[in-house]
Design a binder for this molecule. Sequence first.
Ligand SMILES: [Zn+2]
Length: 320
Amino acid sequence: MEIIVTQVELPVDENLSVKKMRLIPKGVTNIEGLKRISIVTGIHGDELEGQYVCYQLSSIIQENIDQLQGIVDIYPALNPFGIDSISRGIPAFDLDMNRIFPGRIDGDMNEYIAAKIIEDVQGSDLCIDIHASNIFLTEVPQIRINQLHKDMLLGYANNANVDFIWVHGASTVLESTFAHSLNVLNTPTIVVEMGVGMRITKRYGDQLLDGIFNLMNLLSIYDDKKIRNIRKPIISDGNDDVLFLNAPVSGIFIKEKEHGSYVWKDEVIGNIVNPLSGQVLAIIQAPGNGWLFTTREYPVVSEGSLMGRILKEAVYQEVR
Ligand SMILES: [Zn+2]
């Protein structure tokens, strides 16, 4: 059933409503005691990879409703106006929604909505918050975990069928995110980053769906009949595991290496060129051997722009 999680009347004769789809086992009237998973996406309006995952999840479970044993809550658009207007933040407020959690019931409209969302998701046995990097970068399917919540989350992350788990240090900036707010409230929430902004990469969506079904099976939320080959992810847990590539000059980036490639030291990742003069302004080379798990997608770069991230060989080899 479709449920309105929170709704606010706007002065322009419009409604801002955040909706979810709740799926429960057939014939069940009392849901008390049932396990619950929440699948959340669309905090950033320009990240659409999660839309495909929500659609498929909802559709597959409804087709196989007899296998459902718990509650599945699907929230496809936490920032609905952002998605409708192709903007990353909350339009008109120029506000990153992932910086206002846990929100405040007595706060302004956006804080109120944030608080109502947290109230609704809190208490889930597991929450998965799906992001898609941004329009500038492409990411291999990965889970980012704050060091503070590693013990609570690593077991789930290992079973989510992603390629990579990045455990990062605590940062005050990240304390106002949706995931952090729920983790602090003891609702385990993992953040998935995959693909690229404004696009849907079906194979990544299908990969994550296998992970979600695997997790739902482990949590006794869904009796999964399908055999799924779950990947063993590479885990980075050190501060110096990742090499960052930044643009030394402004220009147009022509990439040579796809994300997910293994690269050798000095191998050319791409060139920054000047289309007017026909000159190569900078050659972007790998600073060391490793796995290129993030690449620059958007061709226009300014000096300092992030061009990619490489997981160092030693960490990569440990797993492979
Ligand atoms: Zn995001």
